[in-house]
Ligand binder design. Structure first.
Ligand code: HEC
Ligand code: HEC
Ligand code: HEC
Length: 159
């Protein structure tokens, strides 16, 4: 009984002397773990959503009912390699997938009937030519600024 008490108190003394540094050390380790987790969680979240299989060359789909005036356009992803997917696939972050430009409710209007419809973003043709994030719009802006760019002339894309 008394020897147990002795041992107990001896251990108590050792523990007491180690108490603070051991705790501090663990707090340090915990801190490092928290930092690692904070760094890794967004990384894992990204790596889950990033690798969407992507065809290199894709014929841009045309909406149902289009009476085309121009030859169809083939888009090549690898020639646009460093761009953020969401620049073109601007619904990708909310949907987690690349949609067709001409999906229902998107740029699916084939024949505008009035000036308002003709100016609408839903008019299929409008999605590809004028805005800075569109095909021709980006090429035109970049070449005006003296950067490398894709074609601006109709036949460069419609061939
Ligand atoms: C410069 C514009 C642009 C960028 C940047 C871009 N894409 Fe695309 N992508 C397109 C176009 C245009 C299509 C054809 C869409 C259509 O047919 O309506 C397409 C098609 C796709 C398709 C096929 C969709 C289907 O329904 O068959 C996938 C998947 C895709 N892209 C993934 C990606 C991923 C992933 C990235 C980023 C790493 C990316 N794209 C970057 C323009 C782009
Ligand atoms: C944000 C800017 C940007 C957008 C949007 C963009 N492009 Fe480009 N495009 C470029 C740049 C920059 C190059 C030149 C790449 C190079 O020099 O390799 C290029 C190159 C091209 C080329 C020439 C490729 C070749 O093989 O020579 C074509 C064709 C083309 N783009 C079509 C498109 C089409 C179609 C779209 C829309 C679906 C589109 N681009 C959207 C910037 C853009
Ligand atoms: C940088 C690429 C690019 C250039 C340059 C370009 N277009 Fe387009 N255009 C597209 C894409 C992509 C589409 C949608 C896919 C398709 O129709 O094949 C489109 C669609 C169209 C459409 C609707 C579809 C149809 O054929 O009726 C018309 C009209 C059109 N373009 C006319 C023109 C004219 C005219 C020029 C020259 C003044 C031009 N485009 C230059 C990329 C381009």
């Amino acid at each position: 009984m008394s020897s147990m008490g002795m041992r107990g108190s001896a251990r108590g003394t050792v523990d007491a002397s180690l108490h603070v540094p051991v705790r501090a050390a663990w707090r340090g380790v915990a801190g490092v773990l928290v930092v690692l987790v904070c760094l890794l969680v967004p990384f894992c979240a990204l790596s889950n959503t990033m690798p969407v299989a992507r065809p290199d060359s894709v014929v841009v789909a045309r909406p149902h009912g289009l009476r085309a005036q121009m030859p169809a356009v083939t888009f090549v992803h690898s020639r646009h390699g460093h761009m953020r997917c969401g620049l073109c696939h601007h619904t990708m972050e909310s949907l987690g997938a690349a949609e067709r430009c001409s999906s229902a409710g998107c740029h699916d209007m084939v024949a505008p009937h009035c000036p308002r419809e003709k100016a609408s973003g839903r008019y299929f043709k409008n999605a590809f030519h004028d805005s800075p994030a569109s095909c021709r719009g980006c090429h035109a802006e970049r070449s005006a600024e003296g950067h490398n760019a894709g074609p601006v002339a109709c036949k460069g894309c419609h061939r």
